[in-house]
Design a protein around this ligand. Structure first.
Ligand SMILES: Nc1nc2c([nH]c(=O)n2[C@H]2C[C@H](O)[C@@H](COP(=O)(O)OP(=O)(O)OP(=O)(O)O)O2)c(=O)[nH]1
Length: 222
């Protein structure tokens, strides 16, 4: 079974685990309890790193994948990167939403630098939100669907100074995705179709992992 840990970031931007080896709901309850104590510290929940994540082997949905590229920020087990100033990066969470053996790609309508290119829907985590909470909220706002974040894909990418992208696999629980915000087109892609759209560069890094998650027999994305 996957286990989760509660991470803490102190006032100086240092991040470290405060509890480990928990079930996800237990970890989220604990993080909320710490957060409610009201001291100026941030708590969040993330999957416990497993040795498999470091080597990049992928077994299927529920297993973690390896997906770093030249701009990746480092070890996926790392609790989080800090910027050059020593302050923590703000996190953008993108969700590879999976349903019926396909993954949803969304075409951005703005801003100009990325308009027309495809991404995993998501957005910036608000202070105090865990990454799964942020992703599930963004998927509801942007697509009108309920979804559940399952696992983080290894890798982290600097979108711009101070803004760090992390990608998660999520499952569709209910609803039909519609491009309500930030996107003008959606496409469900099977494992052999992942290269059919013009992805934002960072997002390409996880395509091989996704192809294997969608179809464990596959060795390459397209
Ligand atoms: N959501 C998302 N953003 C991505 C991906 N890949 C990537 O480079 N980005 C970049 C594009 C944007 O510059 C930034 C995310 O900003 P966003 O506009 O989605 O965040 P948001 O919805 O919270 O926006 P806002 O509150 O600032 O309006 O990250 C991806 O797969 N998903």
């Amino acid at each position: 079974m996957d286990t989760f840990r509660v991470m803490r970031q102190d006032d100086n931007g240092n991040r470290f685990p405060v509890a480990d080896g928990l079930a996800r709901d237990e970890a989220e309850r604990l993080a909320a309890e710490f957060e409610a104590r009201g001291h100026k510290q941030l708590y969040w929940v993330e999957p416990t790193a497993r040795p498999m994540e470091a080597t990049g082997s992928v077994g299927g949905i529920g297993a973690a994948a390896d997906g770093q590229d030249a701009t990746a920020l480092g070890d996926p087990a790392d609790p989080g990167a800090t910027g050059a100033s020593g302050t923590a990066n703000r996190i953008v969470v993108g969700g590879a939403l999976i349903h019926g053996g396909r993954v949803l790609a969304a075409r951005r309508s703005a801003p100009a630098e990325v308009a027309g290119r495809w991404e995993f829907p998501g957005g910036k985590a608000e202070p105090g939100e865990t990454e799964p909470q942020a992703l599930e909220r963004e998927l509801l706002e942007e697509l009108g669907v309920r979804a559940r974040a399952l696992q983080r894909l290894p890798g982290a990418w600097l979108v711009r100074p101070g803004l760090e992208l992390r990608l998660w696999v999520a499952e569709l629980l209910s609803g039909e995705p519609r491009p309500l915000e930030d996107h003008d087109e959606l496409r469900w892609l099977g494992p052999g179709e992942l290269a059919d759209v013009d992805w934002i560069d960072h997002d390409r890094a996880v395509l091989p992992d996704l192809a294997r998650l969608l179809d464990p027999a596959r060795q390459s994305p397209a």
